[in-house]
Ligand binder design. Structure first.
Ligand code: ZN
Length: 392
């Protein structure tokens, strides 16, 4: 047992170390989320003619505009319109490079504060933990803010700690840039683009996934007949922990129960409990069908990107009890065993962090209950349904 655990541990360490990933190469679990944000930004910008009144907000995500003074709003509006084509061009010509980081982003000269993103020339570094938690509006606002730093203003780089126009405070430019997202959303809410493209389903980027699985176990039929069992059901409570929002790999811990009984002349019932420890791998089904290396491919935002394929290998330690009884006699026994299991599962997002799943599993175990002559040294298969919840 210890050796297997050590092997599993080493296996988990030997996967490639984290390196910078870039939008479009599909290497990171978060890439499609960022692609979706950039795709939306590009679509909304290309729909804005420049003649609309951007201060008219029809959705809650741009309500912050109401807190601006008329001067500020006019200035922010003109700023937005004068720079929107430059931003669109940068996006369309793929001039920007996006890099994920897991470290806190600290800026030179600014102490005691960490940032969600930073731009340097045409390179934008995003903190993956923060980005993963943001909603659609916040992601657009963040990315748009950073892109503005890559475009000069009156010939020089726009710094957050500048005063600009009616944004006279020390961090005036930061406020101005933070307003650009809400202005964009206001424009998108006017054309109903914002409301039409709302994706309400649960986001699959979660660090902790809780699950409850229930299903049927298909034991060898002769085995079933010999011990008078009609059917065996399984229930499992599981928790999977992905070390980073961006990781495809995670660890799993599960508690599984087997129950089976019969309705024949003999009463036969089994009850097994098992603890599993394993490794999980998750990927988006869309990433299986899109070319990984093409930086041109923008994976569309939407529901399909949120469907995951997950597989898991585990080792387990369990104990199986079996009892056969009739009106006069009762024999029972118990055997402890180790097992090796594997399962594949499709995860369909529901809402508010919940998801549904279905999958297939297989397990090998070796036990012998002397008293009832019930043994299993075989591979069995199971089919199961899952309800889960993901949290960050
Ligand atoms: Zn900034």
């Amino acid at each position: 047992m210890r050796q297997i655990l050590t092997l599993l541990f080493l296996f988990s360490l030997s996967r490639p170390a984290y390196g910078a990933t870039f939008v479009g190469n599909g290497g990171s679990f978060l890439d499609p989320e960022l692609s979706a944000t950039l795709h939306q930004l590009e679509e909304i910008l290309s729909q804005i003619s420049g003649k609309e009144d951007l201060s008219k907000c029809y959705v809650r995500e741009c309500e912050v505009l109401e807190s601006l003074s008329w001067d500020e709003l006019d200035f922010a509006d003109a700023f937005f319109i004068s720079r929107k084509d430059k931003i669109l061009k940068k996006l369309q010509q793929r001039e920007l490079t996006f890099v994920w980081t897991r470290d806190d982003i600290k800026l030179h000269g600014v102490n005691h504060r960490s940032f969600s993103a930073v731009a340097h020339k045409n390179r934008i570094t995003l903190n993956e933990k923060i980005f993963a938690r943001l909603n659609r509006a916040q992601r657009l606002t963040l990315v748009l803010h950073e892109i503005h730093h890559t475009i000069p203003y009156k010939g020089s780089i726009l710094r957050d700690d500048m005063a600009i126009g009616p944004f006279k405070s020390k961090e005036g430019a930061r406020r101005l840039l933070d307003i650009q997202g809400p202005l964009l959303i206001a424009a998108a809410s006017k054309s109903k683009y914002w409301q039409r493209n709302r994706v309400e389903s649960s986001n699959p980027v979660s660090k902790v996934m809780l699950s409850f699985r229930t299903g049927n176990v298909f034991l060898n039929e002769t085995e079933m007949n010999r011990i008078f069992l009609d059917e065996v059901l399984l229930r499992q409570l599981g928790i999977e922990f992905f070390p980073w929002s961006n990781s495809n790999w995670g660890y799993s811990l599960g508690y599984k129960e087997f129950v089976g009984d019969s309705s024949g002349p003999f009463k036969s019932d089994i009850k097994g409990t098992q603890i599993d420890l394993g490794l999980s791998h998750r990927s988006r089904i869309t990433s299986l069908f899109t070319k990984q290396s093409s930086s041109e491919s923008i994976i569309s935002s939407g529901y399909w990107d949120r469907i995951l394929l997950k597989w898991n290998v585990s080792i387990g330690s369990g104990s199986m009890k079996h009892r056969i009884s009739d009106n006069f006699n009762r024999i029972e026994g118990k055997s402890d065993y180790y097992s090796l299991g594997s399962k594949a599962e499709i995860i369909i997002p529901a809402i508010k962090g919940f998801w549904f799943g279905a999958g297939l599993g297989a397990q090998y175990q070796d036990y012998l209950i002397d008293e009832t002559n019930f043994s299993s040294k075989s591979l069995y298969k199971d089919v199961f349904f899952t309800v889960g919840y993901g949290a960050n």
